[in-house]
Write a protein that binds this ligand. Structure first.
Ligand SMILES: Cc1ncc(COP(=O)(O)O)c(C=O)c1O
Length: 295
């Protein structure tokens, strides 16, 4: 299926922009909008479509090639890739961290296998080195770096940036960082002060990405204090914060990325980081597997 047709039929693009209200910011004369990329699609949720779409375009021009990427056994990125490959008729290969695993190890892997992703399980050491399994032999592939990073991943943020700018001219945008693709892709394509909430201790890696792609990052303000302990580590206070946020705004967030991002935003608001009169867009990058209930 052609990518434009797929986007038209299956995806909610442009994603909606919702204003949220609370005395914490209304008393400071600040407005907050959430860019609901979590509503783009139940599976290719959040920034997954944004990061993958340029790779998909490339794969459609080179039908003999598979899209190959890396991830853990619960990777949202690989799950989305497997689905999109299935629906659009693109061959996909997933290299999974953990040689002890197999296609039956969890419901996501079972599903990815059913969608036709060619799954390979490699040791943690081989994964660190991003080794391509020799069994793949002569298969031709386009490599998508882990988490959808890379030049094409960054380029995929262009449409997101135009969507935001067509609706609103915010003073600030705030987003969570993993690989940094979303935040760096955005600052490449617009001129808005962008607050990046790190979710893992990888500031050095983000700075290397900035140099690698010669990105002008003067508008980027990175915050490392909301990592708290360690990536993917759950904390009771973050779980509680996410639950309260959902009760107040009827919007689901999760503790790893969007929970940390909104926690950071609330904290910055409490510290009077933003000038009175500011408009802020918080990017909801998804992360909630809406298929969870089905398993
Ligand atoms: C829900 C969610 N938000 C944010 C991120 C971080 O995005 P990036 O890797 O582009 O920095 C991820 C990771 O892919 C994610 O799954």
């Amino acid at each position: 299926m052609d990518i434009e047709k797929f986007q038209q039929i299956h995806l909610q693009i442009p994603s909606p922009l919702h204003e949220i209200h609370d005395s914490l910011w209304s008393e400071q004369n600040i407005r907050i909008f959430i860019k609901r990329d979590d509503l783009i699609h139940p599976i290719i949720s959040g920034n997954k479509w944004r990061k993958l779409n340029e790779y998909i375009r490339l794969a459609q021009q080179t039908p003999d090639y598979s899209l190959l990427s890396f991830g853990g056994a619960f990777s949202n990125h690989l799950y989305s890739l497997a689905y999109v490959g299935y629906v659009m008729g693109i061959k996909t290969i997933g290299i999974i961290r953990g040689e002890e695993l197999n296609i039956q190890s969890n419901p996501y892997l079972i599903q990815m296998n059913q969608w036709g992703m060619n799954l390979h399980f490699i040791s943690r050491d081989a994964y660190r080195k991003k080794e391509i399994p020799t069994q793949l032999g002569e298969i031709r592939f386009i490599l998508i770096p882990e988490g959808g990073y890379g030049k094409l991943g960054l380029k995929g943020m262009k449409d997101l940036s135009s969507e935001i700018m067509q609706e609103i001219k915010p003073d600030y945008l705030i987003t969570a960082l993993g690989t940094g693709t979303t935040a760096l892709g955005l600052i490449q394509s617009y001129n808005i002060k962008t607050i990046g909430i790190l979710t893992l201790k990888n500031k050095k890696e983000i700075e290397e990405h900035i140099i690698e792609h010669a990105i002008n990052a003067e508008n980027l303000d990175l915050h490392t204090v909301y990592v708290f302990d360690k990536y993917a580590k759950s904390h009771d206070f973050l779980d509680t914060f996410c639950a309260l946020f959902e009760t107040s705004h009827q919007i689901k967030i999760e503790p790893i990325y969007t929970g940390r991002m909104f926690y950071g935003l609330y904290d910055l608001l409490k510290k009077k980081y933003f000038e009175s009169g500011s408009t802020i867009v918080a990017l909801h990058t998804g992360g909630i597997k809406l298929t969870d209930g089905a398993f």
